[in-house]
Design a protein around this ligand. Structure first.
Ligand code: AMP
Length: 284
């Protein structure tokens, strides 16, 4: 695996590979990698792409400074994992490389309704920060395919919208990869490293609630009751739900009741101690 720290070196290499007929698969990450990230690398490799992973902890997308300060870093381990997975290139830019004029002066993108619900509502400015960094990275890498995890369901919708705004929707294939889970169902996440042992044992309740919402959707139970049952279950284990919701899986329009005529997604955000976790599940 080759490691580049500047976009100039990265571009040179990508151009040389393009001249050899390679197409480019891109996986942007914030590091502290786990099997979820590696599943995205595997997807790119399976389609014979030159596989480029970036690691950059983007300050612009953290609305909570403490969350940014505590975000795990594990670059030595990340390099071992990526090399073992057969990743071709790691792009490891500095803050200055991504934001030469500071994050606040980077081109800003807006996502309308998508910015106002769920993660957008709970983390003001978060998706604008995601938009900034992904736009810069897409301009640097100019990939043929972009691999992102369904674990961050709303982020996938935002980045698809970003590609449209940038006029890239026809040039970049967007590949949403399935959520990788631990044996007890907990969605893999870099933030899981910050859970202590008892918290880690309880965190799978988030997944159990999603499964419960899925099974109750088939019975058409009133959603308010289902959501309250989930909230009570979480609170009994000292997990603080931020939202427990169902939405139209395409538009992310929140739904107040199950609607078998729509493709629906259940979404949960909850705090386990001071670690904020999100998860989701397509329920029909
Ligand atoms: P992050 O490093 O958290 O910004 O994540 C980088 C990419 O990996 C994003 O597209 C995430 O959605 C994806 N990802 C994170 N966790 C998982 C998971 N458990 N399964 C699949 N993809 C994931």
């Amino acid at each position: 695996m080759i490691v580049f720290k500047t976009s100039a070196e990265l571009r040179n290499y990508i151009d040389s590979q393009r001249n050899l007929g390679r197409s480019i698969g891109f996986i942007p990450t914030m590091g502290a990698l786990h099997k979820g990230h590696i599943s995205l690398i595997n997807s790119a490799r399976q389609s014979q792409k030159l596989t480029i992973c970036s690691i950059f902890v983007n300050p612009a997308q953290f609305n909570d400074k403490q969350d940014f300060d505590k975000y795990p870093h594990a670059i030595a381990d990340d390099i071992v994992l990526l090399s073992a997975a057969g990743c071709d290139v790691l792009f490891l830019p500095t803050l200055q490389e991504i934001y030469p004029n500071g994050p606040e002066n980077a081109q800003e993108y807006h996502f309308g309704f998508l910015e106002t619900v769920f993660e957008g509502a709970q983390r003001p400015g978060h998706f604008n920060g995601v938009g900034k960094v992904v736009a810069i990275l897409l301009n640097m890498v100019q990939p043929d395919a972009l691999y992102m995890g369904s674990k961050d369901y709303q982020q996938c919708a935002v980045v698809k919208n970003l590609c449209k705004q940038m006029g890239l929707a026809d040039k970049i294939e967007f590949v949403a990869c399935p959520t990788q889970r631990e044996a007890d169902g907990l969605a893999m996440s870099s933030r899981n490293r910050r859970l202590n042992e008892p918290q880690r044992a309880l965190a799978a309740i988030i997944y159990q609630c999603l499964v419960s919402i899925q099974s109750k959707s088939i019975l058409n139970s009133p959603f308010a009751i289902v959501a309250k049952e989930c909230a009570d279950l979480m609170k009994a284990k000292k997990i603080e739900p931020e939202y427990i919701a169902i939405a139209d899986a395409d538009s992310l329009e929140p739904l107040s009741e199950f609607d078998p005529n729509k493709k629906m997604v259940a979404l949960i955000a909850a705090k386990v101690g001071n670690v904020r976790l999100i998860d989701n599940m397509i329920i029909n």
